[in-house]
Design a protein around this ligand. Structure first.
Ligand SMILES: C[S@@+](CC[C@H](N)C(=O)[O-])C[C@H]1O[C@@H](n2cnc3c(N)ncnc32)[C@H](O)[C@@H]1O
Length: 268
């Protein structure tokens, strides 16, 4: 099983992320988070770990040209895609643990969708969120639930046959209690969280599998030693061996599976 020809020109991971994952996987939750925050026209919005910028872009769709929206991400490559898609948003490179904000700059709404689990210093990031939020401002954070669904566990096991144990960071902060405690300790008020599940539909299963494999290889410590050619070979081997895992979730050339996230909200 290989990537279809229309995706074979070795697009960068951020381009592939935007092309294949954002629509089916990230956009619906971004819309839900902004619904939850009851975005209003005068809100200033900060999207932390914005990636290719889906949440900030949905905020702009709702707020229009006058919207004050800032997206921050540590990855210049993710931001390059964000910037190309929506040059009007203020995209800034920076670390969630040390936000690149202007003197005294604050926001009515701070969001962080599927980013917190990757931050090495979560209390520092929570303190930065608190600093960025106006008094009474609204915060929303989404983190995937723990790696409990057999689908992702089985895909990881295939990769581990090639690479040894992989700590999948995507599901590493998936319990609600530590998430809520982090926010309370940072001084947020009215901290609440709930679990939201939805069925995710991919029109094409193969690109999803390829991207998931690239992400797993990227998180493997033993893969860090591999050269580009060898890494590519390992990705192809894992993709090919993963095909049977996809079978029960396959509908035509597409894929459907259920996924759950925590959605924590709080006030400044
Ligand atoms: C799974 S992506 C989520 C992106 C985006 N929020 C979305 O919903 O599509 C995780 C993002 O976190 C970013 N990230 C990881 N560590 C970070 C840090 N310490 N500071 C800022 N961004 C970080 C990555 O570069 C990546 O873009």
């Amino acid at each position: 099983m290989t990537l279809p020809s229309y995706a074979m020109n070795q697009a960068s991971f951020p381009q592939m992320y935007e092309r294949w994952l954002v629509g089916p996987l990230f956009r619906p939750w971004a819309e839900m988070a902004l619904d939850e925050l009851e975005l209003s026209s005068s809100d200033r919005v900060l999207d932390i770990a914005c990636g290719t910028g889906i949440l900030a872009r949905v905020a702009r769709e709702r707020l229009g040209e006058a919207g004050y929206i800032v997206g921050v991400d540590i990855s210049p490559d993710m931001l390059a895609v964000a910037r190309a898609l929506e040059p009007a948003i203020d995209w800034r490179q920076g670390n969630a643990g040390e936000l690149p904000l202007r003197n005294g700059e604050t926001f009515d709404v701070v969001v962080c969708q599927q980013g917190l689990q990757f931050f090495p210093d979560k209390p520092a990031a929570a303190a930065q969120m608190r600093r960025a939020l106006t008094k009474g401002g609204r915060l929303a954070i989404a983190t995937w639930r723990p790696d409990e669904i057999p689908f992702f566990r089985e895909l990881r096991r295939v990769a581990e046959r090639h690479l040894g144990a992989i700590a999948d960071q995507r599901y590493s902060f998936g319990e609600a209690a530590p998430l809520e405690a982090l926010l309370r300790d940072a001084g947020f008020h009215e901290v609440r969280s709930r679990i939201v599940s939805r069925t995710i539909h991919f029109g094409e299963g193969v690109p999803f599998l390829h991207l998931n494999t690239m992400a797993l290889v990227g998180m493997s410590s033993s893969a860090k030693e591999l050269g580009d050619q060898e890494r590519k070979r390992v990705v192809e081997a894992i993709v090919s061996e993963s095909a049977p895992v996809l079978q029960p979730y396959t509908i035509g050339s597409g894929l459907a599976f259920e996924l759950s996230t925590n959605l924590a909200t709080a006030k400044g």
